[in-house]
Structure formats: C-alpha cells, structure tokens
Design a protein around this ligand. Sequence first.
Ligand code: HEC
Ligand code: HEC
Length: 343
Amino acid sequence: MAKTVVLSCIAATALLSATALLAADKVPAPTADERTWRLPKVPMPVDNVSTPPRVELGRALFFDPRLSGNGATSCASCHNPSLGWSDAQKTAVGFGGVVLARATPTIVNIAFNTQFMWDGRAKSLEDQALGPMKAADEMNTDFPAVIARLNGMPAYRALFEKAYPGEPIGEATIAKALAAFERSVISRDAPFDRWLAGDTRALTPEQYRGWKVFSDPAKGNCAACHNGPNFTDNGFHNIGLRDAAAKPDLGRFNIRKVASMKGAFKTPTLRDIELTAPYFRDGSATTLRDVVEHYVRGGEDRSNLSADMKELKLSEREKSDLVTFMRALTGRHVPVVAPQLPQ
Ligand code: HEC
Ligand code: HEC
C-alpha cells in the first residue's frame, strides 16, 4: 500500500513538472514591435510596374543562355533556383571557368532592397541587370548581336510587344523585364512569417529562443544590422573577415572613400539562408554554425571592425538556438521550372 502511494506521488510530480515545462516553453504571440518585421507588399518603380507579361518575358531572358557571348551562360547559371538562387560555390565561377573574387548573392527578396551588389555599386535592379551581361568575365554579351537575334525571333518579338508595347527590343526593355522577373522571386510564409501573423505554433520553442538571442543587443546583437522584414539594414559593415587574397577587397570603400567603409560589405538578407551555403562574400563559412562561431569570436581581422561587432558570450544552447532560428526563415517551397525558351 505504502509503496503505491509513493509511486503515484512520483508520477504526480513528474506530471506536474512536465506541465510546468510545457508552459515555460510555450511560444508567446509577437509584440507590436516584433510585428513590424512582417513582409510588406512588394515595392515597384512607377516606370516598371510588374505585369504578368513582363514577368514572363523576364523569366525567359533570365534562363536564356543565348544572351551570353558563348551561348552557354544565363543568369540562372549562377543564380540557380534549385540552389536558393545562388550557386553553392565559395565564389562565383564566370565566363570560361574564371573564378571570380566574390560569392554569388541570392536574388530572393531582392525586390525589397535599396542597395545592390556587395559594395552597393548598382542603384536599382534595372541598373544592375545589364552589368553581368556586359562583364567580360561573367556573360561577355555582344549586345548588338543579341538584340538583332531577339528581333529575329517572332516568339521573343511577341513577348516584348506584350510586355512593353511600342518600345523597341533593346538594353532598356531587356533590363526592365529582368528586373520585373526578379521582383517576382519572393520568399514568404516562412515559419517566422506565420508566427508574426499570429500562429504561435509556427515556431518551435528552440526557434523562438533563437529569435530572442538574435534580436537581443546584449546577446547575439544580430539585429543591429540584419533588421526589418528582409533582415537587412541596406547598410555596409566590416565584420572582420580575414582577406585571403593578396590584394584585399576594399568593398564599399571602392565606391565611397570613407575610412569606415574599408572592407565593408552590404548586409545580406537572411531569408532562405539555409539554402545558400557556403556563406559570406568569400564563401569562408561552410555552415550556419560556422557563421555563428565567427560572430562569437567577434571577427578575425579587427583592423577596421564595425562598432557593432563584439565578442559574444553565448552558451552552447544559445548558439544552436540561433542556428535553428535562421532555419525558420525558409519560405514556403515554390517549385521553379525553367521556362520553355522561345525558338
Ligand atoms: C558568373 C556568375 C553570374 C552570372 C552569370 C550572373 N550573376 Fe548576378 N551576381 C553574381 C555575383 C558574383 C554577384 C555579386 C557581385 C558583386 O557584388 O561584386 C552578383 C550580383 C547580382 C545581383 C545583386 C544582388 C544583391 O544582393 O545586391 C543581382 C540582382 C544579380 N546578380 C542579377 C543577375 C542577373 C539579372 C543576371 C543575368 C543578366 C546575373 N545576375 C548573372 C554572379 C553572377
Ligand atoms: C555589424 C553588422 C552585422 C552584425 C552585428 C551581424 N551581421 Fe551578419 N552580416 C553582416 C554583413 C555586412 C555580412 C556580409 C559580410 C561579408 O560577407 O563581407 C553578413 C553576413 C551574414 C551571413 C551570411 C549571409 C550570406 O548570404 O552569405 C549570415 C548567415 C549572418 N550574417 C548572420 C548573422 C548573425 C546570426 C548575427 C548575430 C550573431 C549577425 N549576422 C550579426 C552584418 C552584420
């Protein structure tokens, strides 16, 4: 008899502590401040508002290797939809197999950006689009030849006419169509977004704790730079990567000659981040855990470090929660099929 009493006592205590644990682990609803991280409507320039025909034309151009000098490279060769719209390389591999100095950034949610390229040298997506085609080490495009070729294909002529009626097939319409397509590549409905929309079961307790580490200035301090719906301040910072190249990459300093911009690069989005390893502009971090360890060390090369970079005191659990949180930024999977290219 006595024995059963003791046993049920233990059972009751176990039950009690299990409930207490559950209560402590319950993910709360987002605060008003946190809800400001919800993705807004996709912004569009007044002179190139996206329409379905513009997006369709841009999609065809984005996947068409005939735009390149050797007929073999398209935008999608480097910005590959099945690799998170990047290329899984440490740094990009360009025309004729040349290894380029910087990593291929994803184009996911690029519509929300106001700065383009690692050093911000492009002013808009329209402005950026012709760059890789004209670069000899990227697509090496012969523009007069490409424009003549597109004009010679009735299917492309029809696509251009539907997208930009009355405008000629040329650099301007090619750039606008590519930009319209890129603005359609949006990562949404990630567990984080569903939590922000009010579903408290969308985040696991680990992910929620990771978000707290991420946004707490006294913990991860990640949101000092990766802030707002697209996890970027559209600013440039030196995060203390050690430059392996003989000639250091000065980054933003090449565009803006201010000492603090030496070795500073654009804060990248963290949307779909688990899909785009390896990380950083030089591909030096293989996993998200490596990224976290870099920040915990407070950077390697401190010669021109951002004031927001400090050694972090994070427990093992906090580090793994942080990585788990970043995985909650992966949007709903949208299968992308390469389009049937106009003949
Ligand atoms: C050879 C690989 C390669 C090809 C081909 C390529 N890109 Fe890129 N793309 C890159 C690299 C590398 C960068 C970053 C370069 C830098 O910042 O210096 C980049 C940057 C970008 C960016 C800016 C992203 C950001 O976060 O600011 C956009 C947009 C983009 N590319 C679109 C395109 C389009 C459109 C095409 C086709 C016309 C294209 N790319 C072709 C490798 C490539
Ligand atoms: C001082 C501003 C700043 C802070 C603080 C910061 N980041 Fe970054 N983050 C950047 C910049 C700038 C880059 C790109 C740097 C480069 O490659 O040269 C970057 C790159 C990354 C990348 C790689 C993205 C990619 O596409 O390759 C990840 C992941 C990341 N940060 C996560 C974090 C986390 C997690 C924290 C907090 C522990 C954090 N960041 C704190 C500015 C910052």
